[in-house]
Write a protein that binds this ligand. Structure first.
Ligand code: HEM
Ligand SMILES: *[C@@H]1O[C@H](CO)[C@@H](O)[C@H](O)[C@H]1NC(C)=O
Ligand SMILES: *[C@@H]1O[C@H](CO)[C@@H](O)[C@H](O)[C@H]1NC(C)=O
Ligand SMILES: *[C@@H]1O[C@H](CO)[C@@H](O)[C@H](O)[C@H]1NC(C)=O
Ligand SMILES: *[C@@H]1O[C@H](CO)[C@@H](O)[C@H](O)[C@H]1NC(C)=O
Ligand SMILES: CC(=O)N[C@H]1CO[C@H](CO)[C@@H](O)[C@@H]1O
Length: 327
């Protein structure tokens, strides 16, 4: 925009655009402290419940972090992961969700919020705040969560199957899937660091141990000593056993997950694939060399980016009263 006459007002307009455009472009109507006026203690209420939950059930940190990820990648961060199946089958009932746990924690948080501020704090925001609180409780650097999301009213098993990246994805697929959600290659490697927490079922990687190309072979990209160890835990077709993704520190948010990758001990093909791109590989090398000099800060930034995917704001959607069903 050129400013020939009326110079000052034109300049003002440009300035307004400078500030307005990015906000619109990032989608969002989200902001830090969205509930400052309508429910000033919202984040404190969540934290109080979460402190209690983490003290008795620290193993829920992994599942609760993953729940926000799964919510955001299917239809955006609008709480659809929490809806029960009704006439159609919901995301919850899609096979990739078979290991998600902690729905009752979300319900507890929501109940506490409804008591203080009825009908105000969305379930999608509960997931975002809870995810922040669990990573901070396990050792991540704190970050400001943007809020102001509203809840959707649709949840579909098929959409979950189509939008959740499978653990056998290669780097091309991973980058493309993240790009489709508006996330960068850096976000991909940083958020993969979430695998510093939690466990996996054997079935999510057993092809790498037993039948990699359908010839009863193993994955050459997985350390053979590690394969031997994993085989002791995971028998063929084991659907129930859980394996630590970052052995020895699954309840600590640290950079040990990155240490595993160049040692060819990343559990999933998608973890190992981070060696196949120069940017993701360089990121991992740098974090190892520098003891995670930027990872802890980067994680908060990438979580905020992830929390912006496909959000409903303003008057779109609704604020659910009960997270498992639409109003
Ligand atoms: C890059 C693509 C990703 C793939 C392919 C992937 C895949 C998986 C798989 C297969 C599991 C194990 C599920 C099971 O068998 O129980 C898992 C667990 C987990 N994922 Fe990811 N994931 C990805 C990205 C992310 C992101 C972005 C986050 C969060 C920032 C995340 C956080 C977690 C956590 C915390 C667990 C452990 C859950 C538990 O303890 O129950 N993942 N992931
Ligand atoms: C990556 O995976 C996709 C989907 O399975 C496949 O079409 C593609 O050929 C693979 N790319 C490479 C480089 O292996
Ligand atoms: C390995 O995979 C092939 C091709 O998918 C299948 O025919 C075979 O039965 C599998 N073998 C085992 C032991 O699961
Ligand atoms: C779902 O929400 C959309 C808009 O957000 C609305 O048009 C639609 O009627 C709603 N559907 C149901 C079943 O509530
Ligand atoms: C949602 O489903 C779970 C598990 O089947 C059940 O315990 C819960 O009561 C349901 N919630 C609602 C609101 O229907
Ligand atoms: C926790 C949860 O809802 N798990 C469901 C995931 O999907 C399977 C079907 O694939 C259901 O049986 C589980 O109940």
């Amino acid at each position: 925009m050129a400013c020939p006459k009326l110079f000052l007002s034109c300049l003002l307009l440009q300035l307004m655009f400078l500030f307005l455009v990015p906000e619109v472009a990032h989608g969002q109507g989200l902001k830090v402290g969205f509930y400052q006026k309508t429910c000033p203690n919202a984040e404190a209420i969540v934290k109080k419940v979460m402190d209690q939950v983490m003290s008795v059930a620290p193993s829920l940190s992994g599942p609760l972090l993953r729940m926000h990820f799964h919510d955001c990648f299917v239809r955006g961060c609008e709480g659809s992961i929490l809806l029960n199946s009704s006439t159609n089958q919901a995301e919850k009932d899609a096979p990739p969700n078979f290991s998600l746990r902690g729905y009752q924690v979300i319900d507890r948080v929501k109940t506490a919020l409804e008591k203080a501020c009825p009908g105000t704090v969305s379930c999608a925001d509960v997931l975002a705040i809870v995810a922040r609180d669990v990573v901070v409780a396990t050792g991540a650097l704190s970050y400001d969560v943007e809020t102001g999301r509203r809840d959707g009213n649709v949840s579909s098993l098929n959409e979950a199957l189509n939008n959740l990246v499978p653990p056998n994805a290669n780097i091309t697929t991973l980058k493309a899937d993240f790009a489709m959600k508006g996330l960068s290659v850096k976000d991909l490697v940083v958020l993969s660091g979430g695998h510093t927490l939690g466990t996996s079922h054997c079935s999510s990687f057993s092809d790498r141990l037993y039948n990699f190309t359908g010839k009863g072979d193993t994955d050459p990209k997985l350390d053979s000593n590690y394969i031997a160890r994993l085989k002791l835990k995971c028998k063929p077709n084991d659907q129930t056993t859980l394996v630590e993704m970052d052995p020895g520190s699954v309840r600590t948010f640290d950079i040990k997950y990155f240490d595993l990758i160049p040692k060819r001990r990343g559990l999933f093909t998608s973890d190992a694939a981070l060696l196949d791109d120069s940017e993701t590989k360089a990121y991992i090398d740098l974090q190892i060399k520098t003891g995670g000099s930027t990872f802890f800060k980067d994680f908060g930034v990438s979580m905020v980016n992830m929390g912006r995917i496909g959000v409903l704001t303003g008057t779109a959607g609704e604020v659910r009263k009960v997270c498992a069903k639409v109003n």
